[in-house]
Design a protein around this ligand. Structure first.
Ligand SMILES: Nc1ncnc2c1ncn2[C@@H]1O[C@H](COP(=O)(O)OP(=O)(O)OP(=O)(O)O)[C@@H](O)[C@H]1O
Ligand SMILES: [Mg+2]
Length: 250
């Protein structure tokens, strides 16, 4: 479980995250909201990638501010929205970096197992020896997701992991996240813009706007035409197809 209590993050005059208090339960939570709503900043604050200007974050009851970095990294993996690495690194070496918090150079049998598993799950075996700058955008995105998976944590935060993925790989990643929730009882938080994908795969949805959480609850409660129209200032219809919520923007 992830809890935030009145978390504030300012960028100069901009209040990117404005006193957000959230309790994210185990399972799959999607964070939605317009550009600039504060989604990435909130995720980064939870994962301690940025310092905060107030409030506390705890992961399974431990305050992240006082948790040693290596201990936090054994419990929580976070993938940022934009991943640019200036160094020339192969896919398998990048995924091996996910083992770093566990003290592994990536060479112990246990580390190798996690790396192989992540390469398999993200369909990266055919390109494992390629350098990151020799990959397509979607392949590179999958390599970074694989690194986060290899970290083998109970909590996984992914900021727009579907960027650049074709439908096959997007659906396969969403199904994989569902499987991790079912089999490993994980807490997975994913920022995404595709409401239909969020509605299909998430348990809960957090809707943010102007640094605040405006809705938080099960898909059926949050994904309504009224909520989405107000969230995005865009008219929408929400219909049910095969028990799924589907948004039709107008
Ligand atoms: N490093 C920074 N310096 C200054 N302002 C920033 C910085 N990072 C974010 N902001 C501002 O903070 C606010 C929230 O940004 P954030 O990246 O969290 O939004 P987001 O919801 O992730 O948006 P998107 O959907 O476009 O990714 C925005 O107004 C943004 O311009
Ligand atoms: Mg963002």
């Amino acid at each position: 479980m992830i809890q935030t209590d009145s978390v504030v993050k300012r960028h100069g005059a901009v209040v990117a995250v404005d006193a957000v208090s959230l309790e994210i339960r185990r399972g799959f939570t999607a964070i939605i909201g317009p550009n600039g709503a504060g989604k990435s900043t909130l995720l980064a604050a939870i994962g301690r990638l940025v310092g905060t200007d107030g409030g506390t974050v705890s992961v399974d009851g431990s305050d992240v501010a006082t948790t040693r970095s290596r201990d936090l990294a054994k419990r929580l993996a976070i993938l940022r929205q934009d991943n640019h690495l200036a160094i020339r690194l192969s896919v398998e070496d990048l995924v091996g970096y996910g083992r770093f918090p566990h003290g592994g150079s990536g060479r112990r049998a246990e580390d190798r197992e996690h790396v192989e598993r992540a390469l398999d799950l993200l369909d990266l075996q055919p390109v494992r020896r390629r350098f990151l700058d020799e990959l397509s955008g979607g392949q590179r995105q999958r390599a970074f997701v694989a690194m986060s998976l290899a970290q083998d944590t109970d909590h996984l935060l992914l900021d727009e992991p579907l960027n650049n993925l074709d439908p096959r790989h997007a659906v396969s990643l969403m199904k994989l996240l569902r499987r991790l929730v079912a089999e490993r009882d994980m807490t997975i938080v994913v920022v995404m813009h595709d409401i239909n994908v969020a509605a299909q795969f998430a348990d809960d949805v957090v809707a943010m706007r102007d640094g605040r959480v405006v809705h938080h609850g099960p898909v059926g409660e949050v994904v309504t035409a009224e909520n989405l129209e107000a969230l995005y200032d865009t008219p929408a219809d929400v219909v049910e197809v095969d028990d799924r919520r589907v948004v039709l923007w107008r």
